[in-house]
Unconditional design. Structure first.
Length: 193
């Protein structure tokens, strides 16, 4: 699976990609995801939310939570990049290898966590959380230096099709939108537009 499935630009897959990130593109992607997510929540009825999604074992509501989770994890991912980005490459390469070996437990936690979150949170709460996390990501992105955005580390490529072997902090800010658009295609909700 490649990022060609998304309307957004590809993430940098090589370490020598030093072109600065266009923050306005990332801001637009974040705003578009928020607008789409809130529209999907507003348009979906209870029966639609309980309906199975396509290509997953989740219901639409559980998949919507999983899409939200893609944005919520950026704080942790960006902290890892800031730390490992200051260390020799071998540290993050070893860490990524270790995480790749733990793919099965990760997949189980990812699946069960999305089921739990989708079954526990209300639609209203998911909308509030999405709105808040996007607002925080906007602020954090604006506060990042170009040097920090250029820092990177190796990632566990078996954990997500949009994780590349090496990702910069700028790539991490682009990740949730790629993840969002991919999973949006799996929803079996009526088009809110």
């Amino acid at each position: 699976m490649t990022s060609d499935l998304s309307p957004f630009s590809k993430l940098s897959a090589r370490r020598d990609d030093t072109e600065p990130v266009d923050r306005e593109i990332v801001h637009r992607e974040l705003d578009q995801a928020r607008e789409t997510f809130l529209a999907l929540l507003a348009a979906a009825g209870d029966a639609e939310l309980r309906r199975r999604s396509t290509g997953t074992k989740w219901t639409n509501k559980q998949l919507l939570f999983h899409m939200l989770l893609g944005f919520l994890i950026i704080r942790a991912l960006s902290t890892l990049v800031r730390a490992f980005g200051r260390l020799p490459d071998s540290f993050s390469r070893a860490y990524a290898r270790l995480l790749n070996k733990a793919t099965r437990p990760f997949d189980a936690v990812n699946y069960l966590g999305s089921r739990l979150g989708g079954n526990t949170l209300t639609v209203r709460r998911m909308g509030i959380m999405f709105d808040h996390v996007v607002t925080k990501l906007h602020r954090r992105l604006d506060a990042e230096s170009d040097a920090n955005l250029a820092r990177g580390m190796h990632y566990p490529t078996r954990w997500d099709p949009f994780f590349h072997d090496y990702m910069t902090l700028a790539d991490v800010y682009r990740f949730p939108n790629l993840h969002f658009e991919f999973h949006r295609q799996q929803l079996t909700l009526s088009d809110p537009g």
